[in-house]
Write a protein that binds this ligand. Structure first.
Ligand code: FES
Ligand SMILES: [Fe+2]
Length: 463
């Protein structure tokens, strides 16, 4: 990225009129945690971003060689592998990693390729007592040690002790399973920086998957990711949410190389729309439409001197107390029961924070195709400690031509929002190809996470 304009770093955090996120926190009855009070971004430059990064096969090849096998990748929920012998095959471009629950209870990860003549050992997910290749029956135990093959007299040149399945690193955080193919990689928790500390109060491991949608989108995986790391596009793309969302005053943060965050407030009228919508419009719209925020069928009149945000928080506490099995009113801020607090852990793990049922997104290339990606949308819902873990929702798979709203499980409002994003993305991919200048121009503040994301990609590709 070339840098063309020098700016004073103090000019970077520039927002619209109206209360900032930090000012809304000041009005809260419950003190906000330090994690939400952090409001600093470095100046990362103002240079343009080449569209080659999304379009060229060469760039994709560099990612295949230098990014995907060198970083921490979210695979699935740990609840998908509860028992010894459970396995899950995770594919990323040409790589295929088999994550297995071993008899000791540990999770192991292996390259999912037979050491005889290369057949994939397992497809999808399931349970097995050993890893036996369906082609000629070479077999490994669940810890990857070689067990044998038919006619071993013909393989005198194999040293069985040295014929285990090649391993990858496996670790877990918040009930998520991650792998890293680089055996020298820094530990997962180090890679995640401030995230484990910020999320401790939101108990991500104490949640079940109440929704999982997986959809193919006709754009590069980075273009897909970028539609979810800025809220700036909502002004044009999601106009229906401006009545209840403070888009213009979203807060953006970056930490180190791997972590960034957007906080977009809910339960407030967008600062540049306060002459169009009232607080009553705000509460009337949001309560009828969000699948995440606490809900009620009754119309809520806002009392004199009170805000829609306060009333929505009260309703949300009542709703979420059941999910938490305790009264969270004294500990959870209004922000944490309604706002969109969306983190990115490089390269593609995007968990929401908060006490509400939280979304998590992930974008990865669709197989080895750099012009399409698979987007995952999870909703994680808390359940009370000590009560049985509810079963995870089955995965709903949507093809490239099927809208998100076909997954009716996500509700009308969310389906509509994702369809609006889904309508942009293939046209972003096409428009990049049609570009005369060949590059994107990024906002200094509201798109700083995109710049940060690409700077980290470059660190991997240039390593
Ligand atoms: S390829 Fe696996 S046993 Fe032959
Ligand atoms: Fe969007």
């Amino acid at each position: 990225m070339t840098q063309k304009h020098q700016l004073d770093p103090r000019d970077i955090i520039a927002r619209s009129e109206g209360p900032s996120y930090q000012e809304l926190l000041d009005r809260e009855p419950v003190p906000a945690p330090d994690s939400l009070r952090d409001d600093t971004v470095p100046y990362l430059g103002s240079g343009n971003l080449s569209f080659d990064r999304y379009l060229s096969r060469d760039f994709h090849e560099r990612e295949v060689q230098k990014l995907w096998p060198k970083t921490w990748l979210m695979v699935c929920r740990e609840s998908q592998l509860p028992n010894a012998g459970d396995y899950f095959s995770y594919e990323i471009t040409r790589y295929n990693i088999l994550v297995v629950r071993s008899p000791s209870g540990a999770l192991r990860g292996f390259h999912n390729s037979c050491r005889h003549r290369g057949r994939t050992l397992k497809r999808g997910s399931g349970n097995a007592t050993e890893l036996r290749c369906p082609y000629h029956s070479f077999a490994w135990d669940l810890d990857g040690a070689f067990k044998g093959a038919p006619c071993m007299w013909d393989f005198k040149h194999i040293d069985s002790a040295d014929f285990g399945l090649p391993e990858v690193k496996v670790d877990t955080w918040g009930g998520w399973v991650f792998i890293n193919m680089d055996l020298d990689a820094t530990p997962l928790l180090e890679h995640m920086g401030i995230v484990p500390e910020h999320f401790a109060r939101w108990e991500i491991e104490q949640r079940y998957v109440s929704l999982h949608v997986e959809k193919v989108i006709a754009c590069n995986w980075k273009a897909g990711s970028e539609a979810f790391i800025e809220s700036y596009h909502a002004i044009q793309t999601h106009p229906q949410i401006l009545v209840y969302s403070g888009i213009d005053n979203s807060q953006y943060d970056v930490w180190g190389d791997n972590v960034s965050r957007t906080i977009t407030t809910m339960g407030v009228v967008n600062p540049s729309h306060t002459s169009v919508y009232s607080e009553q419009d705000c509460i009337d719209t949001i309560l009828g439409s969000s699948a995440l925020i606490g809900n009620t069928d009754e119309k809520q009149e806002i009392e004199q001197g009170r805000s829609a945000r306060e009333r929505i928080a009260e309703i949300s506490y009542d709703d979420f107390n059941k999910q938490w099995g305790r009264d969270i009113r004294g500990e959870a801020t209004h922000s944490e029961v309604m706002d969109s607090i969306l983190y990115l852990v490089f390269p593609n793990f995007m968990p929401w924070g908060g006490y509400l049922p939280t979304l998590t997104y992930r974008h990865r290339p669709n197989g080895d195709d750099h012009e399409s990606c698979i987007m995952d949308i999870y909703i994680l819902t808390h359940f009370p400690e000590g009560s049985p873990r509810p079963a995870d929702a089955p995965t709903v798979r949507l093809a490239i031509d099927e809208p998100f709203s076909k997954a009716t499980e996500m509700g009308e409002a969310l389906g509509r929002i994702f369809d609006q994003d889904g309508a942009n993305l293939p046209q972003v991919q096409r428009g990049m190809k049609a570009s005369k200048t060949g590059e994107a121009v990024l906002a200094n503040y509201q798109e700083i996470r995109i710049r940060h994301f690409h700077q980290t990609i470059d660190k991997y590709l240039d390593a």
